[in-house]
Design a binder for this molecule. Structure first.
Ligand code: UT7
Length: 353
């Protein structure tokens, strides 16, 4: 029997350390004015190095979500953890969270869909709950960006945007078909995969693979040296994230409205039916563009990028939790989540609260 899936508990955690735009001017050529005008960001949080990790932040968010759902960590029967900044290359953060929270030997799945990660994770969890396979699924989105950014002027277009934090949700079956996740919509287009990427360490050995390039064409193809991280990569400092900001921006402002309209269309609804839109906090300018396109009033759109920057997989659960805590989401409301980011991947979810 198919159930509907409701969000039974939400939580978030952001590190204590507030990094204002002015602090970044100590490390790179930038300014508070530039950052605010182009992105809307005033400050972001940075995790405490060697004390906090993506997993520890995820645990703190999960503890709140679990408590609010009225369950304990022992009741969780599946974990879906979305991040692009895992503690280790492998294993993923899901098992680390399972260990840290002393959970039962439940399944732990790691999702790698960057800014769309939380909606992808939510969609996976929804399928398990709907079919009756699991009763308490923990979905986490968490990021520790500040551990791997290029804080020199060269990396400024990326580094000023990103912040650290975590958000979590507990998904449960509901007997009420009127409430819960109405639908989720997932998309990808890998043709521009490298336009927003962090390529190393990877098996490409410094030469990424596309239709035109094959590893065998390189003279060192027979060598048995490790190519995950080579001295050449270190020397050329190819160890940071890269973003073609304008290309990402142009695609985002098309795909955000498109995937929201897809979700509304699937459910016979229109933008006017949305009570609360929680967009991935990529850039305030992108959210404002989406808001104008859908003709939504300010009070229906959740923006907190000003205080937290872009926290990738964590941004939607953090913004959703804040909106819920502030009483902006009421029973019966139509809540829309939407994201676009690296991959490219994009996604939306419609939830009847
Ligand atoms: O969440 C994942 C998805 N990510 C996104 O959706 C991000 C999408 N893209 C963006 O948000 C914007 O493209 C950025 C905020 C990243 C950049 O804004 P932009 O208006 O596209 O700037 P730009 O990259 O075209 O750069 C304009 C100028 C350049 O200088 P010149 O060549 O005109 O002299 C940059 O070097 O601004 C310069 N610049 C900066 N200046 C001061 C780039 N970053 C900075 C900076 N501070 N931090």
């Amino acid at each position: 029997m198919l159930h509907s899936t409701r969000i039974a508990g939400l939580g978030f955690y952001v590190p204590e350390r507030i990094v204002k735009n002015d602090e970044l001017t100590q490390y790179m050529e930038t300014s508070d004015t530039w950052i605010q005008e182009r992105t809307g960001i005033k400050e972001r949080r940075y995790a405490k190095r060697y004390e906090e990790t993506t997993t520890t932040m995820g645990v703190k968010a999960a503890e709140v979500a679990i408590e609010r759902a009225g369950i304990t960590a022992q009741d969780v029967d599946f974990i879906v953890f979305a991040t692009l900044s895992p503690d280790y290359y492998f294993p993923g953060c899901g098992v680390l969270l399972q260990r840290a929270m002393g959970m039962k030997e439940v399944g732990a799945l790691d999702v790698r869909n960057q800014c769309s990660g939380f909606i992808y994770a939510l969609s996976v969890a929804d399928q398990f709950v709907k079919t009756g396979m699991y009763k308490n699924v923990l979905v986490v989105g968490a990021e520790f960006h500040s551990c791997g950014l290029d804080f020199s002027t060269r990396g400024r277009n990326v580094s000023v945007i990103f912040g650290d934090g975590a958000g979590a949700a507990i998904l449960q079956p509901s007997e009420n078909p009127e409430e819960g996740i109405l639908s989720t919509h997932l998309h990808s287009d890998g043709s521009a995969a490298e336009e927003l990427s962090y390529l190393n360490p990877g098996c490409h050995g410094g030469h990424w693979i596309d239709d035109q390039t094959r590893l065998s064409e390189y003279p060192s193809a027979d060598s048995m040296d490790s190519i995950l991280i080579t001295p050449d990569m270190m020397e050329k400092e190819q160890i940071y994230p890269y973003m073609n900001g304008q290309a990402v921006f142009k695609k985002a402002v098309v795909k955000f409205p498109e995937v929201i309209m897809e979700a509304l269309g699937r459910n016979g609804l229109t933008p006017a039916d949305i009570d609360v839109l929680v967009p991935h906090q990529a850039n305030l300018r992108i959210s404002q563009f989406v808001q104008r396109t859908l003709r939504l009033p300010d009070e229906k759109v959740v923006n907190n990028i000003q205080r937290f920057g872009n926290t990738t997989a964590a941004s939607i659960p953090i913004a959703l939790t804040e909106a819920w805590e502030q009483g902006r989401i009421k029973k019966g409301d139509l809540v829309c989540l939407a994201a676009f980011g690296s991959g490219f991947t994009w996604a939306s979810a419609l939830i009847r609260w």
